[in-house]
Design a protein around this ligand. Structure first.
Ligand code: ADE
Length: 411
């Protein structure tokens, strides 16, 4: 998220966030803007909300803001009052802020945490609340940047969705919720649902709170919470797994690839692997080189650069033993270059990995078709899982980057 100017308790700078709400019912927002967390954020200047009453921009003595839909149907908010109200909302930004116009409507894209993250990076979010049949489409087409729905249900107007949006965005602004940790542990922050929570009394109506939570064993509590989050996500919202990073939910993620000679693998490839490994949190990258003389040349290469994440090994068996000693036996997974019988879709494997929580070792081939079979035969290591090809025509580094992003990136 873009840094803001004022210092907050999270140590980040914060300038606050500007919202404007165009509504025919500004009184809706009184309690919302003066109560609890949002009320405190407004008072502290972390959130500024301007209410723009649509009514004064209405036409005629009655200040008419809506009219019958052409071709029959209900009432539609007219483009002219909306447009004038929008100019007023923009002017309140001093003409210097870049604005982003949001129209909450059941016809919009579903509001998700990534949309909330995007909105939190805007300077001035202007929310236009619809009523009845909504806004004249010509206004929406010309003026609105994003149409969002808060769920597949129809409300009487856009005011409650506008509050939901402001609430969700505001809590990402440094200083709005007390501890930054609270945001980091949220549902969806890492793409998984939140774990269940309990408080006193430890026993209520004969139902005990989970013992581990009372044990005082922080590591065990953390592990229990992770496992609960995974179980809930897998059973209730498996669709979220595609977008969540699995690093927090498995004991470690490792990559392995083989090279016969130092010429097979340029230093640039090693640098790229070191860099992805670092940014995605890959625990180690194993460079498997069976021939001793080739291994010696690689050792020289690795000595020269900063390759803290790369480990040279004579065989895949050495790599799996190394992992087993540290974190338990890994789920060895071959990333296929061609469709193989028994291979599984990456998303199915990701679900399985987060459920098991064990370390995962992905075996990639440096050149397409250069499979791991020789390695398996030689050392008795069997790739427990085969993954369907990621994408045709990718270079080795391209494959490694796509793999890291699908399994470890959060979207
Ligand atoms: N206006 C009416 N229903 C809505 C919904 N579900 N989401 C956003 N805006 C709305």
């Amino acid at each position: 998220m873009k840094d803001r100017e004022q210092e907050s308790d999270t140590g980040k700078k914060s300038k606050g966030m500007h919202f404007s709400i165009i509504t025919a019912f500004p009184e809706f927002f009184n309690d919302f803007l003066s109560t609890s967390i949002i009320g405190r954020a407004v008072k502290a200047g972390l959130v500024r909300v301007d209410l723009v009453d649509l009514r004064p921009f209405g036409r005629g003595g009655y200040r008419q803001i809506d009219d019958y839909a052409f071709g029959s149907g209900g009432m539609v908010l007219m483009a002219e009052p909306l447009s004038e109200a929008l100019q007023t909302a923009r002017a309140a930004g001093g003409g210097e802020e870049r604005d982003f116009v949001v129209y909450p409507t059941p016809q919009g894209t579903l509001l998700t945490q990534d949309i909330v993250d995007t909105l939190a990076c805007q300077e001035h979010v202007i929310l236009v609340c619809g009523h009845y049949e909504g806004l004249d489409e010509r206004f929406t087409e010309r003026m609105v940047d994003l149409e969002v729905t808060i769920g597949d249900c129809v409300l009487t107007g856009g005011e409650i969705p506008a509050m939901a949006i402001i609430d969700a965005v505001s809590r990402l602004i440094p200083g709005v919720v007390g501890k930054s940790e609270a945001v980091e542990n949220d549902s969806f922050y890492r793409g998984m649902l939140d774990c269940p929570h309990y408080t006193r009394p430890a026993s209520w109506e004969g139902i005990e709170a989970p013992e581990v939570l009372l044990s005082g064993n922080t590591a065990a509590v953390e592990e229990w919470r992770r496992r609960q989050a995974v179980a809930r996500t897998v059973s209730r919202r498996p669709d979220l797994l595609a977008r969540s990073g699995m690093k927090e939910y498995v004991r470690g993620v490792y990559l392995a690839f083989t090279a016969e000679t130092a010429d097979d693998c340029e230093v640039e490839i090693l640098r790229n692997l070191e860099a992805f490994g670092d940014s995605y949190g890959v625990a180690r990258v194993f460079l498997i080189v069976p021939k001793p003389d080739a291994r010696e040349s690689f050792r020289e290469v690795l000595k020269e650069g900063r390759f803290g994440r790369i480990r040279l090994m004579p065989s895949l068996k050495h790599a799996t033993d190394w992992i087993a000693k540290k974190e338990g036996p890994p789920l060895v997974t071959e990333v296929c270059d061609v469709v193989k019988s028994g291979a599984r879709h990456w998303l199915e494997l990701k679900r399985l990995f987060v459920e098991k929580g064990e370390p995962v070792l992905f075996c990639l081939s440096l050149k397409n078709g250069d499979e791991y079979r020789w390695e398996q035969k030689k050392n008795g290591v069997c790739c427990g899982f085969s993954m369907l090809p990621l994408q045709e025509g990718l270079s080795f580094c391209g494959k490694a980057a796509v793999l890291c992003d699908r399994f470890l990136g959060s979207r």
